[in-house]
Ligand binder design. Structure first.
Ligand code: CO8
Length: 303
């Protein structure tokens, strides 16, 4: 029988969230449009639901942070706590990550967390991004991304941390690490995660040009493992999960660790330097200008 994890009621979450809001002393953004976006990010409603089926040992995590499941500090905090809770529950062996929003899996990192923010806040944010990656990439659970919408940048990274990716076969959806299109650079561990999946040269081209791929292209290059009609994404994910769970846990986990340990150790060893590097880079005037231009382009495209 499935039950819904009451994550927002945990004292750990409220403690962390209050810590988060107390360090939110970012500068006020110039335009009212950006203020609206920031207010949206400050919402305290849960951004994730988790349904854990004890009979199968599989949890389904649904991201539901409108409009586009962007990865804000609040979102990442809630996300990491959810994963941690499942990880600690030994009866949970598998995790399917999906979106409950139409058309979008995740729009990646919340650009408003990188625009007009104080260095302290940027550092806090980046630490949370690292935490999400570390938790997922090293998870003992079988992790499957059920990609039921577009998944650029950090959304692509999130799905790349999973053991297996299934994407909805809708040519309007795209996936990829498009950071250079924003005038920013995917850090080494984004690059390593992609190279571990699709190889060095394909990653070089993808990152340099900030390419976003449709589902067919993503399948051909190995960025996703399967594409299926949109209404079959979840059932296919459940079938794939059953196959993965048929493998003895210890053998699968040791294999996963063997494949990923080097990449994980690299970030773990350089975590603080990576935060400093991000903060120094993202707070540069020229980078802030690029982000502003990109945000304006997003708004114009909509109009
Ligand atoms: N962050 C914040 N707000 C966003 C983001 C985002 N990533 N993406 C979209 N939004 C906002 C839009 O501006 C819009 O706001 P408003 O309603 O106020 O006008 C709202 O969300 C809805 O967006 P759309 O109308 O574009 O929604 P669609 O359903 O038409 O399209 C997409 C959805 C395809 C996801 C589209 O919004 C999109 O392409 N978004 C941009 C995605 C993107 O480029 N993300 C990159 C983020 S950077 C990252 O993840 C890694 C950074 C690594 C940093 C390294 C530095 C050293």
């Amino acid at each position: 029988m499935a039950f819904r994890a009451a994550l927002r009621n945990t004292s750990a979450l409220s403690g962390l969230l209050s810590q988060v809001s107390s360090c939110n002393h970012g500068r006020v953004c110039a335009s009212s449009v950006f203020v609206v976006a920031q207010q949206r990010n400050n919402s305290t409603s849960p951004k994730i639901t988790v349904d854990f089926d004890q009979s199968t040992g599989v949890a389904v995590m649904r991201m539901k942070s409108p409009p586009v499941n962007s990865l804000s500090l609040d979102f990442l905090t809630e996300f990491c706590i959810s994963v941690e809770k499942l990880e600690m529950d030994k009866s949970c062996r598998g995790l399917i990550i999906t979106s409950s929003l139409p058309k979008v899996f995740s729009a990646g990192l919340d650009i408003m967390e990188m625009y007009g923010r104080s260095p302290e806040r940027c550092g806090e944010f980046w630490k949370a991004v690292q935490e999400m990656w570390l938790k997922l990439y090293s998870s003992n659970m079988v992790t499957i991304a059920a990609i039921n919408g577009s998944s650029p940048a950090g959304g692509c990274l999130m799905s790349l941390t999973c053991d297996y990716r299934i994407m909805a076969d809708n040519p309007r959806y795209t996936i990829g690490l498009n950071e250079t299109q924003l005038g920013i650079v995917a850090p080494f561990w984004f690059k390593d995660t992609m190279a571990n999946t699709v190889g060095h040269r394909t990653t070089e081209l993808a990152l340099a040009l900030g390419l976003l791929y449709n589902p067919n292209e993503a399948l051909t290059m190995g960025l996703v493992d399967q594409i299926v009609p949109e209404d079959k994404v979840m059932t296919t994910a459940e079938q794939a999960m059953a196959k993965w769970l048929a493998i003895p846990d210890h053998a699968r986990q040791i294999t996963k660790s063997m494949m990923r340990k080097q990449t994980i150790d690299k970030l773990t060893a350089k975590r603080e330097a990576d935060i400093q590097n991000f903060v120094g880079f993202i707070t540069k005037d020229s980078i802030q200008k690029s982000l502003r231009v990109y945000l304006e382009m997003l708004k114009k495209r909509k109009a």
